[in-house]
Design a protein around this ligand. Structure first.
Ligand code: NGF
Length: 292
């Protein structure tokens, strides 16, 4: 699964003020990530893509527009999971037919499920389509924690090839890497890219790669060459940027920075608020200080 390794942007989408998809802006975000951020792949329909705010038709249109723009230039992973497993299966077919290289499914959330229910959800999706599946684990947002033993049980399901691991739990990451040396582990927190690489992840998926993909690549490459001091220096610079972005509001700020880079990143879809005037001004200050 070498094509799934490396750095993938958790793709933003561009939204019009009325909440509809800004297709041209979304195409620009795709092009920007491929041509200027030079990432290996795009993770489409994730948290950064405001996926859980979209109806099914809009999700499908995002998947279509991204594939149409990206073609086969980079690896495409379609995040199809959510609270409705039947929709997830429908979307899994949809992106597989479009030619996405893999699918990913967030752990089912909102209701509290036992592990058998979670495993059934993954079995239903994995058995429905002929495509590779990455578990999307993000306990901070879903409240769903998965143990090493349970990860191992999920990896036994045919078609499941790994996990997008978005957690700050490095003990769990280290245990998982040791227990499952052959599964793909893609780390999710951009501010912890260096320690994740040191722990042996195969790649990473992140929101800030939309604007900071080049520096992330430096960290990734330096760390893999064992140049840890140099990698840490770039991680320090990167985390000054990420801290400033988080302080100003994560997704609206990334959108405003994209606009300063000439990309029509649009608004956020309600109920997520778009950047206020003061956030826009601060985004400009962040861009000037760290990215221009
Ligand atoms: O945005 C979040 C929420 N996490 C992303 C990423 O793990 C989510 C991470 O890049 C993702 O890949 C997706 O869109 O599905 C952070 O935004 C970043 O490290 C700043 O904290 O946790």
């Amino acid at each position: 699964h070498d094509d799934l390794k490396g750095l993938h942007t958790a793709l933003m989408i561009s939204v019009n003020k009325d909440g509809s998809l800004n297709e041209e802006g979304t195409r620009q975000i795709v092009r920007h990530n491929i041509d200027r951020m030079k990432v290996d792949g795009l993770y489409v329909g994730g948290s950064t893509g405001e996926n859980f705010l979209l109806d099914t038709d809009m999700k499908k249109r995002v998947f279509e527009v991204v594939k149409d723009e990206a073609g086969s230039e980079v690896t495409l992973i379609g995040q199809i999971g959510g609270t409705n497993v039947y929709e997830a299966i429908d979307l899994a077919h949809f992106v597989t037919d479009l030619g996405y290289d893999a699918i990913s499914a967030v752990t089912p959330f909102y209701y509290k499920y036992n592990f058998e229910e979670i495993r059934d959800y993954y079995k239903m999706i994995a058995q429905a389509v002929d495509n590779r599946l990455l578990i999307y684990s993000i306990p901070d947002l879903t409240g769903v924690e998965i143990s090493v033993e349970n990860f191992k049980a999920l990896f036994e399901i045919d078609n499941i090839v790994g996990v997008k691991f978005t957690a700050a739990d490095f003990f769990l990451l280290e245990r998982l890497r040791k227990a499952c040396p052959d599964e793909l582990i893609l780390s999710g927190f951009d501010e912890m890219l260096l320690p994740a690489v040191v722990n042996g992840v195969d790649g990473a998926i992140g929101s800030t790669y939309n604007v900071n993909g080049v520096k992330a690549r430096e960290i990734f490459d330096l760390a893999r060459q064992n140049k840890i001091d140099q990698a840490l220096e770039v991680q320090h610079q990167t985390n000054d940027l990420i801290e400033a972005i988080l302080d100003n509001g994560l997704y609206p700020t990334i959108k405003e920075i994209l606009k300063l880079m000439g990309v029509d990143a649009g608004y956020n879809r309600r109920p997520m608020a778009s950047a206020s005037d003061s956030q826009i001004a601060q985004a400009k200050a962040i861009y000037d200080q760290y990215l221009s």
